[in-house]
Design a binder for this molecule. Structure first.
Ligand SMILES: [Fe+2]
Ligand SMILES: [Fe+2]
Length: 148
């Protein structure tokens, strides 16, 4: 296992939750529960990913730009999550804004997997990429606690 495989596991979960929420009925308990799950997952994943993976990538001259770009996208997603969280989930406005967030999430994880991870593999040592898994698995539950 290396950090790339571990991060992809979370991405799969995020893609799945985005799909599931799109097919929920407005104002349903199911929507509320899935939203709660996705919100915490997105925030905890991004925080642990920044602490463990992007902090290492940032230190490499050939990785700094990619790391900055991704961290910026995390911040944009956090803004949307905060807005959605304060809104009535039974409205069309919520659904429209959620679609925007889901689109941004898919774009972000696709880009990480297609562009950022291959670039990182060139500058982060294989052993380091393996060691990061344990660090990520320690940080992630702590961030879930913090965002729950
Ligand atoms: Fe990310
Ligand atoms: Fe990610």
């Amino acid at each position: 296992m290396n950090i790339y495989t571990r991060l992809k596991q979370d991405h799969e979960k995020q893609r799945d939750l985005c799909d599931k929420i799109k097919s929920t009925h407005s104002g349903s308990k199911n929507r509320a529960n899935l939203w709660e799950e996705l919100k915490v997952e997105l925030e905890a994943h991004a925080a642990a990913e920044e602490q463990v993976f992007y902090s290492a990538l940032m230190q490499k001259p050939d990785g700094t730009e990619e790391a900055r770009h991704s961290v910026h996208e995390h911040q944009e997603m956090t803004k949307l999550i905060t807005e959605l969280d304060a809104m009535d989930q039974s409205t069309d406005v919520w659904e429209k804004k959620f679609k925007k967030l889901a689109h941004d999430v898919i774009h972000h994880v696709d880009e990480e997997e297609a562009d950022i991870f291959p670039a990182a593999r060139k500058v982060i040592a294989t052993q380091k990429a393996s060691d990061m898994v344990e660090a990520f698995n320690t940080r992630k539950p702590a961030e879930v606690e913090r965002h729950a």
